[in-house]
Design a protein. Sequence first.
Length: 147
Amino acid sequence: MDKKKLATILGYLGLIPFFSLTLIFFISNFNNYVIDVYLFYGNIILAFICGSQWSKILNSNILDNKNLLLTLSVCIPVFSFILDFFSNQDIKIAIHIILFFVINLIDKKIFFEPNNLWYLSLRKRLTFLVILTLVINLFAINSYRFL
């Protein structure tokens, strides 16, 4: 199996917890613990992606904003982790939406070579689907409060 196919399969498998925990959240009658687990998994994925970005930035010939990109690739997962202790679920989900969007922008900056277009396309689709589940959960949390 070539690396592109394997990366695609593994990328979509990584979406399973996002979608399954979203479904479980609805089935469990909006149990807040499910959202906490969902956000914990989101933190793991943010850290994983940022770690791969950090490695790519260190080993590339990027000249523009290299220090900023390195700093962001470390600060994003740390910020997301700290956020878990100091905010409510609405804010956490909203910030996760922003953070997933930002790491996708960083990917566009560091995987600019033509041979990485397949990866950028994959990351864009995966990021869209993760953000979709985040938006669904954000609306569900806020809708449940009014029921």
